[in-house]
Design a protein around this ligand. Structure first.
Ligand SMILES: Cc1cc2nc3c(=O)[nH]c(=O)nc-3n(C[C@H](O)[C@H](O)[C@H](O)COP(=O)(O)OP(=O)(O)OC[C@H]3O[C@@H](n4cnc5c(N)ncnc54)[C@H](O)[C@@H]3O)c2cc1C
Ligand SMILES: *[C@@H]1O[C@H](CO)[C@@H](O)[C@H](O)[C@H]1NC(C)=O
Ligand SMILES: *[C@@H]1O[C@H](CO)[C@@H](O)[C@H](O)[C@H]1NC(C)=O
Ligand SMILES: *[C@@H]1O[C@H](CO)[C@@H](O)[C@H](O)[C@H]1NC(C)=O
Ligand SMILES: *[C@@H]1O[C@H](CO)[C@@H](O)[C@H](O)[C@H]1NC(C)=O
Length: 623
């Protein structure tokens, strides 16, 4: 056991000893306490910083990378393999503390300083029962981006996702083009990995999750009884059922920082500056050449200059913001805010996301799901943790996944799934409402009505995800100040088909619960109506539509805000080499370029976009 593992062990023990959880009281207090501890713990980040602050000696670089999410860290790593190439990586957030490495705490990172704390704008079609009628959109604000707070689920998506990107006029982005990068990225230890599809020796470690409930096996068996094949969903076929694969290493989070940055942080040609917010890309208004950035480090303004390119990897919510602040965006939005337009482009005009529904719950008659109190009281929980086992290593309790083609699908391809069912080893009641309730955007009123009575009962849920929504929203600037968060219009369920496909996914989950494996546990749907939907007859399509429009969660997979497309695509912001149309020496390299929502969780494509872009850039400059 190394020093850092001892610190985690100590932390976890201390948490239990001081927690009033054992007598079932004070869970709200406990939730706040966890947030408080995470907020104020600075183990590693200030006592032993891995990335010490430095004084600027030279402000000229070959490349400046804005943002250190999965895409940005790959760029920083790959572009500096040549010692002559000088790169500056600027990140708004801080280096994370080691607490963020504990996988089970994934859901606890939302209320902390590692999240920007964004909210969507209230809109009539969804979130009618949410706090402030809007959804809290978590987004990582740390060295490593959202990979510091995410759920670590590793899902590449479907071959057809990428083939469709190519079909939309983006040569070089088909599945066959990208598969070598998916293989290059990973160091897979997945037991049932599909030969020919999985990589070893890459920077990013991907693992099966050792610890699991008995429920997981029941669920996987139930799906198989209904005809789902057990698949490596990151292999040849995606439709089927599988245990979850996670970006963890030795039972700890394997973030973009840990995988791609930490091993190369000493390269003398790579400068990494945290707490540095880029407020503007410097562009010559006449020649339209990007030549640097303006940024604030600890409240002081600086400039840095790029002799080759500026690479914007600020993520799908902030890359459009940075572009618009720099004069690249829709004229009708920039001019009223007094931002001189350098290039008119549809930045932020489109924004898709993966929505989920947190309130379909099944109850059974034996203790086969997560039993939090028993796990916390079990010494094995702490003894096994340093060896990569025990509940602390579970990625937020997610255990298995089913990819579903619904029988009312409007997509003709039988191998392209519509819905993902993410099976959790328990429910929002498993942690007494301390943590996961917030991640899934369930307000206290609704939690108390539906979930509180289930505390201590044997229940579980899946969170269904609509993989290919037709509805899309947008991102706009609120003002010309870079310190104002943008306005987010999520627009979920604007397209009527989305509700229908979503409900078909709920129906399929219901069918899974009738399989013989579940019948053995007398599995029954929990029938407490969602507050606001009591007038609908429970379990009708109308009831579920009401439920979906009342509460909703997100998996935070926003895409298309700086869409990639051919020059005749009026929605396109970047071309197939990720170059911003009409501006020289500027690319967007992150999930904002993804043109249509893939059947993935977006970390995997984010790394691959970074890898592909690094090769394109190296080719351009012959480096
Ligand atoms: C709570 C949560 C759970 C998730 N769970 C999963 C999961 O289980 N599996 C999965 O695959 N995906 C998951 N995701 C999504 C996944 O993490 C993201 O899709 C992925 O991180 C996107 O990578 P990116 O490179 O596009 O940028 P991001 O990760 O968004 O990183 C962008 C970085 O840029 C920085 N930045 C922004 N603006 C500026 C600025 N002006 N100046 C300097 N720096 C700036 C940000 O601080 C951030 O560090 C989750 C996301 C969240 C929020
Ligand atoms: C944690 O930090 C966030 C962001 O700085 C803040 O909004 C929140 O109130 C803090 N919570 C606690 C309990 O310290
Ligand atoms: C980087 O440098 C630090 C301090 O000099 C050293 O402790 C560390 O081992 C080095 N890391 C790598 C990956 O070389
Ligand atoms: C579709 O499947 C659901 C169960 O998943 C079933 O209830 C429904 O009757 C089926 N509809 C059609 C048209 O086959
Ligand atoms: C659970 O229900 C099943 C099916 O009705 C029954 O066979 C089993 O004995 C029950 N288990 C318990 C512990 O009551």
């Amino acid at each position: 056991m190394n020093q850092r593992q001892m610190i985690w062990l100590f932390f976890t023990l201390a948490l239990f000893v001081h927690s009033p959880i054992a007598n079932g009281q004070g869970y709200v207090f406990l939730g706040d306490l966890i947030t408080f501890i995470i907020n104020f713990t600075r183990i590693q980040s200030s006592i032993f910083p891995l990335y010490p602050d430095f004084e600027e000696s030279d402000d000229h670089y070959d490349f400046i990378v804005i943002g250190s999410g999965p895409s940005g860290t790959v760029l920083a790593n790959r572009l500096t393999t040549n010692p002559k190439v000088r790169v500056l990586l600027l990140e708004n957030g801080e280096e994370a503390s080691a607490i963020t490495d504990i996988p089970i705490l994934a859901g606890a990172l939302g209320p902390t300083k590692y999240n920007y704390g964004y909210r969507t704008q209230p809109q009539p079609g969804f979130c009618r029962g949410c706090t402030k009628k809007s959804i809290a959109w978590e987004h990582g604000n740390a060295l490593g981006g959202s990979s510091i707070i995410n759920y670590m689920l590793y899902v590449r998506g479907n071959r057809r996702d990428y083939d469709r990107w190519a079909d939309l006029g983006n040569p070089g982005w088909s599945y066959d083009d990208l598969l070598p990068y998916f293989i290059k990225v990973e160091d897979s230890h997945v037991a049932k990995g599909e030969p020919g599809y999985r990589g070893t020796g890459g920077y990013l470690t991907v693992n099966d999750v050792k610890w699991h409930t008995k429920l997981r096996d029941v669920y996987v068996e139930a799906c198989q009884e209904l005809g789902y094949k057990y698949v490596d969903y990151n292999g040849k076929e995606q439709i089927g059922v599988s245990n979850i694969q996670a970006t963890t290493r030795s039972g700890l989070r394997c973030s973009a920082e840990k995988s791609y940055l930490r091993p190369v942080r000493n390269r003398s040609n790579l400068k990494i500056k945290t707490q540095s917010k880029v407020t503007k890309i410097l562009i010559d208004p006449n020649t339209k050449v990007a030549y640097g950035v303006e940024y604030y480090h600890k409240n002081k303004p600086y400039n840095a200059f790029a002799t080759k390119e500026v690479l914007c990897s600020a993520g799908a919510l902030n890359s459009p913001q940075v572009l618009m602040l720099s004069g690249i965006g829709p004229r009708d939005q920039l001019e009223p805010l007094d931002i001189p337009v350098i290039k008119e482009l549809p930045v932020g005009k489109k924004m898709y996301d993966h929505a989920t529904f947190p309130a379909i719950i099944y109850q059974f008659n034996e203790s086969i799901a997560i039993n939090t109190i028993a796990e916390l009281a079990n010494p094995l929980t702490y003894l096994e943790f340093p060896f990569g086992d025990g509940i602390l290593t579970s990625p937020g309790g997610v255990e298995a996944v089913t990819y579903v083609k619904v029988n009312i699908s409007t997509d003709p391809d039988p191998l392209y799934p519509d819905i993902e069912l993410l099976m959790v080893g328990g429910s929002l009641a498993s942690d007494f409402g301390t943590i996961f309730r917030k991640m899934f955007n369930v307000p206290p009123l609704i939690f108390n009505k539906i979930f509180k009575p289930l505390i201590g009962k044997f229940v579980y849920q899946v969170t269904p995800i609509l993989l290919h929504p037709k509805s899309y929203g947008s991102i706009q600037l609120k003002s010309k100040s870079p310190f104002d968060p943008p306005l987010f219009f999520a627009n979920y369920f604007d397209h009527p088909e989305d509700i229908k496909i979503f409900i078909a996914g709920i129906r399929e989950f219901q069918r899974i619960n009738t399989a013989p494996s579940f019948a053995r546990y007398n599995t029954k749907l929990v029938t407490t109506p969602i507050p606001g939907c009591e007038t609908e007859t429970f379990d009708t399509d109308e009831y579920w539509e009401c439920g979906l429009r009342t509460i909703i969660g997100s998996y935070y997979h926003q895409v298309a805000t700086c869409k990639m497309g051919p020059s005749d695509d009026i929605e396109a912001v970047v071309d197939n080499e990720l170059r911003v149309y009409g501006i020289k020496n500027l690319r967007v390299v992150d999930t904002s370029v993804i043109p249509i929502p893939p059947s993935s969780h977006n970390v995997a494509p984010a790394y691959v976009i970074g890898e592909k872009a690094a090769d394109l850039i190296k080719k351009t400059w012959n480096i």
